[in-house]
Design a protein around this ligand. Sequence first.
Ligand code: NAP
Length: 247
Amino acid sequence: MSDRIAIVTGGGSGIGRAIGLRLASDGNMVAIFDLDGDAAAATADTIVEAGGKALGVQVDVTDRANIDAGVAEVRSNLGRPTILVNNAGLSLDSPFLDITAELWQKSLAVNLTGTFDCCQAVLPDMLEEGWGRIVNISSSSFHSGSPGLAGYVSAKSGVVGLTKVLALEFGKHGVTVNTIPPGFIDTPMLRRTVEKGFVDLDQQTAKTPVGRIGQPEDIAATCAFLVREEAGYITGQVIGVNGGRNT
Ligand code: NAP
C-alpha cells in the first residue's frame, strides 16, 4: 500500500480510468485529468464511492496553462503530486500523403508535447520531495509501426525517447521514469479503430501468443508496480504489455 498523490491524464476512459482506480485501491490519492471534465469527475466519483480520495479535473494536455492550473488544484486539494501517469492519447489516422499539417501537429500535441508539458509541470514537486514516479503510456506501434498512423507512431516513439532522457536526468533525485507501450487493449479507442475496419480483433487475437486481447487492468497492474517503492531500481525502461506480440 502507498499513500502518495498521483495524477493520471486521460483518466476518464479506458486504460487511464483503470490506472486511476487501481492506484486508488493501492491507497494513493488520485487526481484524474481529462479533456472531458464529466468523465474525469465520474472516475473520481467511483474512487470516492469505494472509500478513496480523488479529484476530477478538466484538463486539456495540449494547453500548458490548463495543465499548470490543474496541477495547482491538485496541490491545494490533495497535496504535492509525486506520481504522474501520462496516459492521455489520441490516434488520428490518415494515409501518409493525405496527412495535413493540422493532423500532424495535433498528433504530436496530444501524444508527445502533452507528455513533455505534464512532466515539466509536475517534476518540481517530485524534486522537492526527493521522490517521484513517472509512467508514460506509449504504444506497441512504436515497436512495429502501423500503416495510416504516421503522426501517432512518430509521437509515441518520441515518448520512448523522452522517457530515456528524463530517466538519465532525474534518477539521482529519486525519480524513476518508465514507459509502457500497450498492444491491443480493449478500450473505446481500440473499438473505434475496429469500427473503421483498421483492426480485426479475431485476427489480432490469433496473432497474440497468450491468445486474447488485453484489458485495461493489464496495463493498470504494470503501472501500479512501477510506481511502488520497490520498483525504484527500474528506470528508463520500456515495459511491453502486449500478450507477447512484441518482444
Ligand atoms: P481512450 O479510451 O480513448 O482514452 C483516452 C482518454 O484520453 C480519453 O478519456 C480522452 O478524452 C483523453 N484525451 C484525449 N485527448 C486529450 C487531451 N488533449 N487532454 C486530456 N485528455 C485527453 O483510449 P485508451 O485506449 O484508453 O488509450 C489510453 C492510452 O493508451 C493512449 O495514450 C493510447 O495512445 C495508448 N494506447 C492504447 C492502445 C489500445 O489498444 N487501447 C494501444 C496502444 C496505446 P476524450 O474521450 O474526451 O477524447
